[in-house]
Design a protein around this ligand. Structure first.
Ligand SMILES: *Cc1c(COP(=O)(O)O)cnc(C)c1O
Length: 485
């Protein structure tokens, strides 16, 4: 492995990464300043290393990974759009970055105004009545939304038992349902890739608490029956949850609230251009219709005509789902993005995202199988089954080969209903040149599958690590760097 040593292994006694000026105040013993219990018994085991080595260490580590700032990143369902750097500048303003969550409300009216404003923008974008900014990511938003659904049914006398999910759903959906104490009822998609209405009717009864759906779904396809679906689900007293992680195709064009949904989560770290990957931080605000407002997490920001205040007085609230007010820094970045784009800009985002995806789809379907031959939204799903059948080259091989071209692979083997799936989401922030380059690379790989399949099977060649045992990495993580023998 072309690896970096651990910073601890680079440590040499006596090296320093800082230099302080000579002391110009009387020195005092730490023990005179701090209580006994706060004093260390032993010195902290910190690496001793010079400033230049620290910088090189972390810059080298950062370059071992692929990021949207280093190359194209068409990872379907993840909306890896470029994150404008002005968002970072604004989040670092002292008036935001140096706030303390326990500061008095009078001192943080500006920050509270920002929370209130973005909440309202998100309501407008999603067609909802109120939003909570607390959830820390999309899956956390799902859990929060499902807890709201449960609280609503419970208040009405019966929490009910099941949540219906189509087989094209994102993996977090069934996980959130299970965590919330409901059983998952899976329904198949029809030949157009949408909810099979007959299958839905069969499973609808009074035990159903809700339906979880994303539209456009993970195949990138818009479900035109959405209003009928909502009517059917509401018909048995169940609620509709919209997985709005990827709202990149619909902004300014269609609103989940107007389609008939009762709850939605948004991923600020996808649609609203805050950075993500590597575990966060993210933000997954949840928007609700009026009937779910009483159950929202506390506090909610409200205004009494003179000032903004945090309202903790919601007797039916599900409580808190996150400390304080959510990931505030992420919210500031998304706020900046929304204000920069404005309503027309967000609409254009959707137009360009859909245009880019359709452009790639039309070009790539000449070389790869396209299981659902329909206009797509912000993403589409190809199948590598032709390459597998003709040359024994799998989607995994194609994904690995792409790395050598400095392109992050699409999402692979998801959604589960497409064999050898390659799920591609270019986003609106890529140029025609980048899209064309990707098409060329994908065509070249298809050619190589025929002419030089062994090279693809052995790829990647240029990455810090080559083919890893993917399950072993999760089950037996080796967290220590091993010197090469
Ligand atoms: C990304 C995504 C999620 C989960 O969001 P996280 O922030 O990763 O928890 C849920 N649903 C869909 C459709 C997604 O694309």
């Amino acid at each position: 492995m072309k690896g970096e040593k651990l910073i601890f292994e680079k440590s040499r006694k006596g090296n320093r990464g800082y230099s302080l000026p000579p002391l110009d105040v009387p020195s005092q013993k730490l023990a005179d300043l701090l209580p006994e219990k706060s004093l260390r018994k032993e010195k902290a085991a910190l690496p001793e290393i010079s400033e230049s080595e620290v910088v090189r260490h972390y810059v080298n580590l950062s370059q071992m990974n692929h990021g949207v700032d280093t190359g194209f990143y068409p990872l379907g369902s993840c909306t890896m759009k470029y994150n404008p750097k002005i968002n970072e500048d604004v989040a670092r303003l002292q008036g935001f970055a140096a706030l303390h969550p326990y500061q008095k409300e009078e001192m943080v009216q500006g920050a509270m105004r920002l929370l209130k404003d973005i909440e309202e923008y998100l309501c407008q974008i999603g067609g909802m009545d109120k939003t909570t900014l607390q959830p820390a990511a999309g899956a956390h938003g799902e859990l929060t939304g499902l807890m709201l659904i449960r609280a609503y049914h419970k208040k009405n006398g019966n929490p009910r038992k099941t949540i219906i999910i189509p087989d094209s759903a994102h993996g977090t959906n069934p996980a959130s349902v299970t965590m919330c104490g409901y059983d998952v009822v899976e329904i198949p998609s029809d030949e157009k890739g949408c909810v099979d209405l007959e299958a839905l009717k069969e499973v609808l009864d009074e035990d159903v608490a809700g339906l979880m759906l994303t539209n456009p779904n993970t195949l990138g396809l818009y479900d035109e029956n959405i209003e009928e679906i909502c009517q059917l689900v509401h018909g048995v007293g169940a609620l509709l949850y919209y997985d709005g992680a990827n709202a990149n195709a619909i902004m300014g064009y269609s609103r989940p609230g107007d389609m008939g949904f009762d709850v939605i989560h948004y991923n600020l770290h996808k649609t609203f251009a805050t950075p993500h990957g590597g575990g966060g931080p993210g933000s997954g605000p949840v928007g609700v219709k009026e009937k779910l407002v009483p159950f929202l997490p506390v506090p909610v920001v409200e205004e009494d005509g003179e000032k903004l205040y945090f309202n903790y007085d919601l007797p039916d609230s599900i409580g808190k789902v996150r400390s304080f007010y959510g990931n505030f820094g992420v919210v500031v970045k998304a706020y900046t993005y929304i204000r920069m784009m404005g309503p027309d800009g967000l609409k254009r985002v959707s137009e360009d995202a859909v245009l880019n995806a359709n452009y790639l789809m039309e070009k790539l379907k000449m070389t790869y199988d396209l299981p659902y031959q329909r206009r797509c939204m912000h993403e589409f799903v190809l199948s590598g089954s032709k390459q597998k059948k003709d040359h024994g080259i799998t989607t995994r091989d194609i994904a690995k080969m792409l790395l050598d071209f400095n392109i992050h692979p699409p999402t692979v083997y998801f959604p589960l209903i497409v064999e050898e799936a390659l799920m591609i989401e270019p986003t609106e922030t890529e140029s025609l040149e980048t899209l064309n380059e990707f098409i060329q690379v994908m065509e070249k790989i298809a050619e190589m599958a025929q002419d030089d399949p062994d090279r693809i099977r052995e790829s990647p060649f240029n990455t810090p690590v080559r083919r890893l045992d993917e399950t072993k990495a999760a089950r037996e993580p080796v967290l220590k760097w091993q010197p090469e023998s």
